[in-house]
Design a protein around this ligand. Structure first.
Ligand code: HEC
Ligand code: CU
Length: 379
């Protein structure tokens, strides 16, 4: 099973990014690994012992050799005590190991970097509760989680609607994200890189498209990026530019055609946009994924316009309205989106692409590049 599973997971892997429960760069995974080795070793010993006893008995008490029924050992107290005692000792041993691992892996919130994780149909928001932006509000990023290496990170996971599952196996563990419940635990990695994260709890139409990236940066790089995020204010576009028209539509929408304002649902740090219904877009221009990791790199660039025109048609169940006037299904109801012209959509795209961190804080710069191949659209 383990080998088969490993083979399957390898099949999903994209170039230079990793999804593995066997990643020993994480102290969490190393701890779990020790426990697994004990459990597997004991199971193998029991398997060999039971097989041996079975074959020995079958061989020794063959019917053709013995006419009389074999001696009955029922009432053999010594044997019965052994048969109870050995499993009890094994179970106690494994319990002690488990409790020990749980004690070690419990969060140590004082020294750990704190990150709040919000899961919603079908996207993620990562908030840095210890970092208040100069422009107001806590620093947050949608669908791309930045974390420092060689340091415990305390993730506090919750959900804004149904039950989701936070699962980025390389950095350790898996946690259910439940509405109204906040679960904190500690993850970590010693290796800078990009790790794949998925929702591990069937949660609706785009469950399989509810992904994220974990970008682990060396401590110093991490500090640089976070400082830039703290100081960041969305750029103010030059009057009359496409970006300026895009910003205007982003903040106000176009009420006369029924196009809802983006700001009602999305936050952009340093502007009046403070919506919490969709992922934080403050650093959207720096991000490499779109649709909660559904598309990456070039494909993400390519899909931005179709996304803005009709997100729920390219990502089933996405709770963002259409902007090309087309009908879409939202929570079981047929709705019709407002309309923006192609030119207006492209102005908004230009504005979104301008929401960039300064060059030295581009967190993708020094990490392994995600392969151009995309698995987008799989369901
Ligand atoms: C009713 C709330 C709502 C409105 C209005 C809205 N969005 Fe969204 N938006 C969402 C939700 C929810 C998602 C996440 C969808 C998903 O990935 O499942 C999203 C996702 C996005 C994403 C993808 C982010 C990522 O990293 O994957 C972009 C870009 C975006 N919206 C831009 C806009 C723009 C621009 C507008 C205005 C033209 C807008 N949105 C209007 C709710 C909204
Ligand atoms: Cu989910």
């Amino acid at each position: 099973m383990a080998l088969f599973g490993a083979a399957l997971l390898t099949g999903c892997q994209q170039a230079q990014q990793s999804l593995s429960i066997g990643d020993m760069a994480s102290a969490f995974n190393r701890e779990i690994w020790v426990m697994s080795i004990w459990a597997i070793a004991l199971s193998v010993i029991i398997f060999i012992g039971v097989s041996f006893a079975l074959f020995y008995t079958v061989q020794k008490f063959r019917e053709d050799k013995h006419d009389a029924p074999p001696a009955q050992f029922h009432g053999n107290n010594k044997l019965e005590v052994w048969l109870v005692a050995v499993p009890v000792v094994i179970v106690i041993f494994l319990s002690v190991l488990t409790v020990r691992s749980m004690a070690i892996l419990n969060p140590t919130p004082d020294q750990a970097t704190k990150i709040d994780v919000l899961a919603k149909q079908f996207w993620w928001n990562f908030t840095y509760p210890e970092t208040t932006a100069d422009a107001g509000g806590k620093v947050a990023n949608g669908n791309e989680l930045l974390m420092p290496t060689r340091q415990p990170v305390a993730l506090t996971v919750t959900s804004g609607d149904v039950i989701h599952g936070f699962w980025a196996p390389n950095i350790g563990g898996q946690r259910a994200a439940m509405p109204a419940v906040q679960k904190t635990w500690q993850v970590d990695t010693d290796r800078a890189g990009v790790y794949q994260g998925n929702c591990s709890q069937l949660c609706g139409a785009s469950h399989a498209n509810m992904r994220y990236k974990v970008v682990a940066l060396e401590q110093e790089r991490y500090n640089t990026v976070l400082a830039a995020m703290k100081a960041y204010r969305a750029p103010e576009p030059a009057a009359g530019s496409a970006e300026a028209r895009g910003l205007q539509l982003f903040l106000q929408g176009k009420p006369e055609t029924g196009a809802a304002s983006c700001a009602g649902c999305h936050r952009v740090q340093g502007t009046s946009a403070a919506g919490q219904v969709g992922p934080d877009l403050s650093f959207f221009g720096t991000r490499r994924t779109l649709g909660a990791g559904m598309w990456e790199s070039e494909k993400a660039q390519e899909m931005l316009i179709p996304w803005l025109k009709h997100a729920p048609r390219v990502k089933p169940g996405a709770l963002m309205p259409t902007y090309d006037g087309s009908e879409y299904m939202s929570k079981g109801k047929m709705l019709k989106g407002g309309t923006l012209t192609d030119a207006e959509i492209s102005d908004i795209a230009a504005y979104l692409r301008s929401l960039k961190l300064p060059e030295e804080a581009d967190y993708w710069r020094d990490v392994p590049v995600i392969g151009a191949a995309s698995t987008g659209g799989t369901q």
